[in-house]
Each structure stands twice: as structure tokens, then as C-alpha cells.
Design a protein around this ligand. Sequence first.
Ligand code: HEC
Length: 219
Amino acid sequence: MRTRRTLQVGRDLLMLALLLSLAGCRGCPKSSPPIHLNPNMDNQPKLRAQSASDFFADGAAMRTPVAGTVARGALPVDDLFQTGREGEGYVVGIPTPVDAELLARGADRYAIYCAPCHADSGNGKGMLFQRAQIESADLVEPRLVDMPSGQIFETISQGLGLMPAYDYAIPVADRWAIVAHVRMLQGSDPTTMSVPNGPRVVAAEGESPNGADEQGAAP
Ligand code: HEC
């Protein structure tokens, strides 16, 4: 008898506990944070801007940017040097001092990035032509000899037809070094083409090289 009663009380208590736990899920507002049984990495320590920190030697939570860091969109753009253009015009010459060092760099980069298609001599019959009969532009033809350096620079940067863009792979200064080397292949003396005293610019003829993209595109 006694045990049955105890059992009954036990069952009632269990029911009550269940009911209470259900009620607990009803989402009544509480000011204290919920009990977090398995914290995993949900909350992690962090430092706030402008606050102190004993982790870093200088005692500040904020780090100074690495020297030379440029914030997105904050690059000081020298149009002529970065784009080969000023407004609609292309620079005729080469907007950086052209010396033996630049020429050596240009020859080196040309051999890597251009010669496979345009050939060492620039005649457009590089390995791509020898192996796959795909002709690239002849860089020493008169049309390209007359082309402003800025337009050649833009072709390297943006690509044209089958030729890919190289702006991601070749830094700006190296692109100008390559332009100087191309000038040399064309029989000009690039050291006389440096534009130290202000830009010499010509108006763009018709479309930009990239505007003509579709003409030379793969069939
Ligand atoms: C994958 C092969 C390939 C590589 C690598 C390549 N080119 Fe070209 N390039 C071409 C082809 C193909 C054309 C012709 C594009 C057209 O007219 O549609 C061309 C065209 C050109 C032109 C002529 C643009 C015009 O207006 O007619 C220039 C200048 C040029 N390339 C320079 C370079 C230089 C400099 C490099 C090295 C940075 C280079 N190319 C790398 C394939 C290549």
C-alpha cells in the first residue's frame, strides 16, 4: 500500500516536472543569457577598436597597417602610368625612365609572357603557331610600330581577341618594361621614348583595343 502511494507521488512529481519544463520552453523574456550547455566556439574573445590590450607589445588592441598598405579604392592613380591613357588619349612614349635595367627586365618578361605566342622576334610565329598553327599578331608590322605605347600597354593589360589580359600577372612597371622591349624589337630606340617632362598624349583612334574585342575573338 505504502509503496503504491510513494509510486503515485513520484509519478505526480514527474508529471509536474515535465509540465514545468514544457512551460520553460515558452520563451518568456529574461534578462540573463540562456544556459549554454555546449559552448563550442560560439563566443570567442575579441579586442575592441581603440581599447587597450596586454597581448601586443605596444599595449594597443588596434594594429598599425603594414607599411605600404593601400586601402581598397584608395590607390593614388597616376592615370598615365597605370593605364597608358590620359582621358581619351594614349601616351605615345613610355612614361617611366627607360634605361638598361628596364630593358633587361622587359626582355626577361617578354620571353616569359609574350614569346610563346608572338615569338622572340615579335613576328607572331611563336610556339603557339609552331604547335597549333594559331597566329598571333605580328608585333613588328608598321601598324604596330605606329601604335602609341599606351595602346600596347593597354593591350597587355586588357587582352585582345584570343590574347588574354595580363594585368593580374604582370605588374604595371613590368608591363612598361615589356612595351620598351617591344619597341626595341620594332627597331626603335626606346631610350629616346621616355616621357619625363610631362605626358605626350594622342587622341584615341576610334575604339580602344578592347572595344574591338569581338573581331579577333575565337570562332
Ligand atoms: C596566348 C597567346 C598570346 C600571348 C601570350 C600574348 N599575346 Fe599578344 N596577341 C595574341 C593574339 C592572338 C593577338 C591578335 C588579337 C586579335 O587581333 O584579335 C595578339 C595581339 C597583340 C597585339 C596587337 C594589338 C592590336 O591592336 O592589334 C599586341 C601589341 C600584343 N599582342 C602584345 C603582346 C604582348 C606585349 C604580350 C606579352 C605581355 C602578348 N601580346 C602576349 C596572342 C598572345
